[in-house]
Design a protein around this ligand. Structure first.
Ligand code: AMP
Ligand code: MG
Length: 410
């Protein structure tokens, strides 16, 4: 009698992987202009206030509010202060013509926007048609950032807005963890490269393009070893080459336990392996292990299933957080949003399904009609994945858990 091993839940598999990661600790300094997508290695504090001094938010006139209480004060324009220039102290009973970003002159306590003022022909006198509150339209020194405060913490993945923030406090370069080095190869005698004719029985290697794209978006240094024939020797040889100089090896295909699936015995021969059946659809089989290296620490190994949608989904759910942690990033689970299902799913699988859905014009989500793990069209059509618990039927109008692709990509 064979006892069927219970399948691992998605969460347990993810936890296991994240617990196994030994993050990269090597740090390098890179120019802030080249730090996009990198992971910050140390907290960054600001050495200055932002903005550094009080300045105007508007084109208009810097005034003493007390001079304008009548609501139609006529005042002399005593100076002109463009951004980047420092004015003189403001004489009582006068105003300063001032432009967005320029420093507030000493003595002024408000700015009146030019739309509420009327200048004479020469611009030497102006009627202020409002009575401003003290402080109006002034950006205060330190309003955004106080000197000494931490603006970015270690483990942050640097996006455009983090780079802007770093630059705003004058940081010309940043300490980041070195990039993670990933080797990737693809098993399957049927795989053909686009550009070559398709022989009977062959298919194009779509996973190569998809997985490389995903790895590159995560900021990995990718070594692509290409297609590997379905033999034990070729697979072992590819594993050895992939392990050298890399933190992680990712493969597609050959993770089932059929006669043509060589990943399991090859990884067992070259290192250590956990073969998992995950309660996940698409993407039930997943291989995780390490390949022994003599000249460096052992390389991690993750073997994804060959079906393209299974490869895609297992990458997003498992490889992505693994790589983020490897790179030193703080990893948080992708956000799930409750949305309305505008379809019925009457025959749920006993596994945790990740259905390809997209938003419709009625504010709910629609289901891609073909949820086969071989149909990549669904990933292009969809806006994200519907995370459906095992055995959960869905009726139109039900609230379901939706993970947008932009939570999982990049
Ligand atoms: P396997 O996991 O090797 O049993 O493959 C499962 C299915 O995925 C088979 O139909 C393969 O032809 C297909 N497949 C495997 N590798 C790839 C790939 N790199 N690109 C596209 N399809 C693939
Ligand atoms: Mg295969």
């Amino acid at each position: 009698m064979t006892i069927k091993k219970p399948m691992l839940s998605v969460q347990d598999a993810c936890d296991f992987l994240l617990n196994a990661v030994r993050p990269i600790t090597a740090i390098e300094r890179v120019p802030t202009l080249q730090a996009n997508g990198r992971v910050l290695a140390q907290d960054q504090a600001s050495q200055l206030d932002v903005p550094p001094m009080d300045n105007t938010q508007m084109d208009g006139y810097a005034v003493r509010a007390a001079d304008c209480v009548s609501g139609e004060a006529v005042l002399a324009v005593s100076q002109r202060i463009p951004a980047g220039h420092v004015g003189l102290p403001l004489a009582a009973g006068t105003v300063a013509r001032i432009f967005t970003g320029a420093l507030i002159p000493q003595g002024a306590d408000a700015v009146v926007m030019q739309e509420q003022c009327e200048a004479d022909e020469t611009g030497s006198r102006v009627t202020v048609r409002t009575s401003p509150q003290a402080g109006e339209w002034i950006r205060r020194a330190g309003e955004d950032i106080k000197s000494g405060s931490v603006i970015l913490s270690a483990g942050t993945r640097l996006r455009a807005q983090e780079l802007g923030l770093a630059a705003s406090v004058g940081l010309a370069d940043l300490p980041v963890f070195r990039k993670c080095r990933v080797a990737v190869f693809f098993t399957g005698d049927e795989l053909t490269m686009p550009g070559e004719p398709l022989k009977p029985g062959a298919i194009y290697n779509s996973n190569r393009f998809m997985l490389r794209g995903l790895l590159e978006q995560l900021g990995c240094e990718v070594t692509d070893l290409g297609n590997v024939p379905d033999t034990l020797e070729a697979t072992r040889d590819a594993l050895r080459r992939a392990a050298s100089g890399h933190d992680l090896i990712v493969t597609s295909g050959g993770v089932s336990v059929g006669e043509e699936d060589h990943i399991k015995p090859a990884v067992e021969a070259e290192g250590r392996l956990n073969m998992w059946q995950i309660a996940l659809k698409p993407g039930k089989p997943l291989a995780f292990g390490e390949i022994t290296c003599t000249d460096q620490r052992d390389a991690f190994f993750i073997g994804l299933p060959g079906n393209p949608v299974s490869s895609f989904v297992t990458f997003l759910l498992f490889v992505r957080p693994f790589i983020l942690k490897l790179q030193g990033a703080v990893v948080s689970p992708p956000r799930r949003y409750m949305v309305r299902a505008d379809f019925s799913w009457a025959k749920p699988d006993r596994r945790n399904e990740f259905l390809r859905v997209r938003f419709n014009d009625e504010g709910g989500v629609s289901l891609f009609p073909n949820q086969s793990s071989a149909v990549l069209t669904s990933t292009v059509w969809g806006d994200g994945l519907l995370d459906n618990p095992p055995g959960q039927a869905i009726a139109p109008g039900d609230l379901v858990r939706f993970i947008p692709f932009n939570e999982l990509l990049a």
